[in-house]
Structure formats: C-alpha cells, structure tokens
Design a protein around this ligand. Structure first.
Ligand code: ADP
Ligand code: MG
Length: 705
C-alpha cells in the first residue's frame, strides 16, 4: 500500500489525538502531519547536562544537582519556602512562593535534589524561583535528556509535553516515508547544503553538542536553510498574487499631453526631478492594459499628492474615473481641497464620500459616481467598504500613509474586485481591474520593502521641493516648559504658526482628548493674546475639518492637538512643532509629526519635550531625531530598535510573522530569496503551490487575489 504524503494525513491519525485535541491543534494552524513538522520550536533549553553550582551564570536555564543544606519558611512581603542547595563547587538558593506541606517536608536537609530553572541574582546571591525539581533516590539517578529540549509555540490546553510527543510521532513518519523537497537543488547556489529532512530532524531534536548559541541566534545552518525556504514561500505568495492580478485586463490609459500640460500650467510650482521621474513611471504603467501595482515611497513633504493627481488626470483624460482613498477624514478633506483647486480649472468634477457623510448630500454624490458625472472620487475607506457603484473606475489611489498593513492592503484589493464585478454586471463590457497606486509616507527600509511589498513596483520620490530648510530639532527636559511657551509666543507674534502635540501612554481617545483639552486651557491662560485651537479624535469629523481650515487660513495661531494630526496635514506657514512626552513615541511617528513643519520657506523648529528619567531606548530615539531629518535613515534605525513587525505597523494583525525567519537577522538571505522565488515561478511552476501551502497554508489572506 502506498502511503499518503504527509501533507494529506490529518493530525487525528496520530496516537492520542481525539476531536478535542484536534480542534485545539487547529488553533495553532496544525491540521496535518506536515504542519507539525513545520511547527518549529521557538527556542531550546539544555537539560542534557548538570552544571556545577559554582559555574552557573545568572539569567541562564540550567540543571543543577546538590544536597539540601537548610530549608526555612520565611515571612517577608510574601511567605516563601527558602532552600539552600550545595554541591562540591558552591551554594544556591531555591525560592518557592507556592508550596505545600509535602514539598516542605520533602526538601529536608540532607536530601539530594536535581533542579531545573532559570538562575537569577537575588538577595542571597544566586537564586532559582520555582525550579522544577526531583528528589534523588541514590539507587537510581534518573536519566538526563538526550537532546536539547525544544520549546514550541503552544496554546491553552496543549502542553509542551504533548506537542513534543506529537512532533516525535510526526518525525517517525518522516523517517519512514520522507517528504518532498520543493526547493530544486539546481537553484541552490551552495550557500546551504543542509537537506530538508536533516534540517527538520535537527531542529525538533537537536543532538547534545549542537551549538546552542547558534540555535538561540537562529544562525544554525539548519535554521538558515529553513528560514530561506520560508522567505521564498512568502515571497512567492506575493509574487503569485501579483501574477494573478496582472493576468486580469486593465484599461489602457494613454498619456494625454494637452491635459497634462494644462494641469501643470496652473500649478503654483514646477515638479521636482524626482516627481517628474515618478510621474513618468506611473504614466507608462497605466498606459498598458495590465493593472499597475505601484507603491510610491516619499518622505513627508516630498510632494506625493500632486504626482497622484497627475495619474488621476491621465485616467480622466481617457474617459475613466479615478478614486483616491485617505486613511482619515482630515486628510481626505485636505486632498479634496487640493484636488479641487488643481482640477476645477480643467473642468474635472470631484465627488466626496466618507462614512459620516449621510443623507441627501450623499445620495447626490453616489448618483454622480454611478452615472460618471463625477470623474474623481475622494474619500476615506468608506469608498471601498460599501457597495459604491462606479461608472468606470480606471485608477485607485490609496494614500496609505503607513496606516494600512499588508493584510488590509490585500483586503482592499478584494474590495476592488467587488467594484469590478459591479462594472461587469452593469454591462460596461469586459470586467477590468483598475490600476492601483499606493502612497506611503513612511519610508520602508529596503530589506523590508523587498519582502513586504514584493507584489508592488516601487517608485521613490527622493528629493524635497526646493527652498525647504531642514527642520532644526532640540530635545528638552519638560522642566523647561516655560521657556518653550515663550518661544511659541515669539514665533506666533512673528506671524508664524505652531503645533503643540499632547501624547499619552494609553491608547485612549477619551484620556488623550482630556489631556489635550487641559493643555489647551493652560496654554490659553499663559498665551492669552494668541488664538488657540484644539483638535483631537473625539471631535466630529466636521469640527475637525473646520478647525483645520481655520488653522490653514491663519485664524488660529497655535493648534493644540493629539496625534490625530500625525498624518498628511499640510499647513506651510506652521514652522514650530512642540511634542510633549516625545520619549513615548516611536521614531516613525515622531518623524511624521515633525514633518508637519518645514513645509514652507522659513526655517522650522521642532522641540521634543521629555520627562526625565529617559530610558536607554527613549534617549536613543530622541538622539536620532536630533541628528537627522532623513526619513529613510530614521526608518533603518527604527527597524534596528523595534523590529520589522512594528515598523510595518502590522504587529497586531499578526502580519509578516514567520515561523523561523526573521527579516532583520536574515536580511542577508533576501537577494538570494528573491532570485530563487523568481526562478521557481518561471521554471518550477508546479512547486509553487505546494511550497506556499507548506509554509503559509492556513493563512488565507496570502496568495488569494
Ligand atoms: P506628501 O508627500 O507628504 O504627501 P504633499 O503632497 O502634501 O507631501 O506636499 C507637501 C507640500 O509641498 C504641499 O504644500 C505641496 O503643494 C507642496 N509641493 C509639492 N510639490 C512641490 C514642488 N515641486 N515645489 C514646491 N512645492 C511643492
Ligand atoms: Mg501626503
């Protein structure tokens, strides 16, 4: 009888797995034997040898053996059982906060024990809290572990012991019938010659003597072998998604010189070289009958909006609609104002749609979108969340501004597909997929961009409009708050405007709004001659928009704000930015906030207030902010300090979470990963699906357009 391949055998075929356990395993994404084999340990502990007590290091996990010298119940802040254990080389203290009579009696002086646990430096020298322990019965010392003990990702009701047992059974099956290696040997450039089966065996059961330090760092060749395969699988999932989309038809939106020239003629500035270059890239893309998938990266203030507008003009000149989606109402409104001033002279009509916008006005907008009398539609994600019927959508622009993670981006594409279906139903010929342009204000470090955005072509606006002066940043203890207030006064008396940003640790709109209100009141008392505005997330969208308009019109001198102004807001006359408790914010957020100033021609300043004492990380972040204005450099540092999940803003959604790879640690693998993924897609098409399934099988978002 030929046996089924391991990806077709369900976990319930293993000894001890009933429906209950099987359901729990599903929570871990474990459906098949193959899933178990690729459920890799998070780390390992070494229970293969006994460490002499004199030689243990704090913050390591060790096995020790010795004789109990003394055992007392101590009444400190908490009652605890304290036991001193000695071997030939030294003495260590065991401490138990939860213990019962039997334990206390078992650990009498003279008893021999073997303990396992983490060693810390405590009051009485080296200590172990709640170690696992066994009393040693001279006649038969229990055997030590033969291999390093793996610690697996687990879940409630599935113990480590259980997972180890199941993986052990899976490894037996692996030994019996092997497993397909989807990475063709021909593609390997020789950097790792670990074979798949050996790598799996080693990682589940590292033999004694395996370099624990390499394993801990993820740098063991077996790990690197699998990490690179995992990265290839992720890369492929994005490339395949791209391929699927690009198999669909898109409208060829041909360049239209006269429309473009008329647009440029009435702009109050000329494009920078970088804007020109990116505009050309977009223009060339959308003139093809293949959906464009392009990301524009550009530092804050680099002028992405006008580039997007040029794309929209080209769509409209071809008789098609363009939609622009912004992550917040404030930003959507700002885009609307800009687009109207740029496009009304060309006779282009703009519709406006947000979630909060209801009633008759909304009906009118929806009708204009449906009958095509509105050529451009601007709004928040309400644009895609609801069944908005477009007349003929040719281009979608997402001002992503770092707010949308990879998954959300993919979800939006699905929404895009809904739009296509509607187009089809309503009889506008062949279903066609709109071109897609995504703008992000947060530069993404190259290594990350390569893997997180493998499905997108990337354009970079790497030049700021002329005349911008670098923002000068100072870092001040908030004991100097009064000096800062005087500075605000002087600056506003000079006719310029300022932002004052309040931050809170808790993610609470209410508390943040209260803090901002209190600050605004306090500042109004001290700066009574100034007009002070207040904006926070609890205001109605309409109120927010009114306040931003008043600030833009110069009617407000000082705008007290929560971090809602982080994104996109553009008021060139504002040249002073104060950020309170700046030590609490991440680098990219600080950079975004700071980017609200330095947009005009006068020199701008940013004051980062902090309350002492600063943590090491906090101090490091503020130092970087003082040293550079370059968003790309800041992004690289952010990656170093916070790791890829945070930098991509995807940690909560569980995005880009790898079983074994680590984008930062394994960055050196990425060029090779990219090469292998492309080769697989070209020459080994049949391997692609099984490979993706093996590593990402149950995370549906990937690979499904
Ligand atoms: P971001 O890239 O951060 O979205 P914006 O598109 O909001 O930047 O542009 C920032 C500011 O720079 C806006 O006031 C915009 O009108 C202005 N701007 C854009 N391009 C140029 C240019 N080539 N010359 C001068 N000002 C420009
Ligand atoms: Mg912008």
């Amino acid at each position: 009888m030929t046996s089924l391949p391991l990806h077709s055998i369900g976990v319930e075929k293993l000894r001890g797995v009933g429906p209950l356990l099987s359901a729990k395993l599903q929570k871990l994404g474990l459906y098949t034997i193959q899933d178990l084999l690729f459920h890799l340990p998070l780390r390992y502990i070494d229970r293969t040898k006994i460490t002499a007590i004199g030689g243990v290091q704090p913050l390591t996990e060790v096995v020790i053996e010795g004789e109990v010298r003394g055992s007392d119940v101590v009444f400190g802040r908490r009652r605890s059982l304290v036991c001193r254990v000695q071997d030939h080389s030294g003495l260590i203290t065991l401490r138990f906060f939860h213990f019962n009579q039997a334990q206390q009696q078992g650990l009498q002086p003279g008893t021999k024990v073997r303990c396992f646990g983490e060693v810390r430096r405590g009051k009485s020298g080296l200590e172990m809290y709640h170690p696992e322990y066994q009393l040693l019965n001279q006649s038969q010392p229990p055997a030590l572990a033969e291999t390093l003990t793996p610690i697996y990702p687990a879940t409630e009701g599935v113990t480590q012991q259980r997972i180890r047992d199941l993986c052990g059974q899976a490894l037996k099956l692996l030994e019996q019938q092997g497993i397909e290696d989807w990475m063709p040997a021909a593609l390997n450039n020789g950097s790792s010659n670990y074979c798949l089966v050996d790598a799996l065996h080693l990682l589940h059961n590292p033999p004694p003597g395996t370099a624990l330090n390499l394993l801990a760092e993820g740098e063991h060749p077996a790990q690197q072998r699998l990490a690179s395969e995992e990265l290839v699988a992720h890369h492929l999932s994005l490339l395949r998604l791209r391929q699927k989309i690009q198999h669909q038809a898109a409208p060829a939106l041909l360049p239209n010189q006269s429309a473009t020239e008329r647009f440029l003629a009435q702009l109050p500035f000329t494009l920078t070289g970088a804007q020109q270059r990116v505009t050309n890239e977009i223009s060339a893309d959308i003139s093809q009958p293949i959906p464009m998938l392009r990301l524009i990266q550009g530092d804050v203030g680099s002028g992405k909006t006008v580039v997007a507008a040029l794309g929209a003009v080209q769509a409209v000149a071809n008789g098609m609609q363009a939609a622009l989606m912004a992550p917040t109402e404030i930003l959507a409104e700002q885009h609307r104002v800009n687009f109207e001033s740029w496009l009304a002279p060309l006779g282009i009509r703009i519709a406006w749609l947000t979630g909060k916008f209801k009633g008759k006005g909304r009906e009118v907008q929806l009708a204009a979108i449906a009958d095509g009398s509105a050529q451009i539609v601007i709004g928040t994600h309400a644009l895609f969340q609801e069944a908005v019927a477009f007349h003929n959508l040719g281009l979608t622009i997402i001002d992503e501004q770092h707010r949308f993670g990879v998954h959300q981006r993919l979800a939006l594409r699905k929404k895009g597909a809904v739009i296509d279906a509607q187009i089809d139903e309503e009889g506008y010929g062949e279903a066609s997929t709109p071109h897609q342009l995504i703008m992000t204000a947060t530069p993404i470090p190259r290594t990350l961009a390569m893997s997180a955005y493998a499905d997108l072509d990337c354009s970079v606006i790497d030049e700021l409009p002329p005349g911008r002066k670098p923002i000068e940043t100072v870092v001040l203890n908030d004991l100097r708050r009064n000096d800062v207030i005087e500075r605000v006064r002087a600056s506003c008396q000079d006719g310029r405007q300022a932002y004052w940003v309040c931050t809170l640790i808790e993610e609470s709109d209410v508390l943040e709004a209260q803090a901002a209100e209190a600050t605004a009141q306090e500042l109004q008392l001290l700066l009574s001659e100034l007009s002070i505005g207040l904006i926070h997330g609890r205001l109605k969208p309409k109120e927010k928009v009114q306040i931003m308009q008043a600030f833009k019109a110069g009617e407000i001198n000082l705008l007290v704000a929560t971090t809602v102004i982080e994104i996109g807001v553009d008021v060139p006359n504002a040249s002073l930015m104060i950020i309170e408790n700046s030590e609490r914010l991440g680098l990219s957020q600080l950079h975004q906030l700071r980017g609200r100033v330095g947009r005009g021609t006068q020199s701008s300043h940013c004051v980062l207030l902090y309350s002492a004492p600063l943590s090491g990380n906090g101090a490091a972040r503020l130092k970087i902010m003082r040293e550079t204005n370059d968003g790309f450099k800041i992004a690289e540092k952010d990656l170093e300090i916070r790791g890829p999940g945070e930098v991509l803003g995807t940690r909560q959604t569980g995005d880009m979470q790898f079983r074994i790879a680590d984008l930062q640690r394994d960055a050196h693998l990425l060029p090779e990963v990219k090469r292998m993924a492309i080769m697989l897609l070209q020459d080994y098409t049949d391997n692609v699906d099984p490979l993706i399934g093996r590593w990402l099988g149950h995370s549906e978002q990937y690979g499904q357009a």
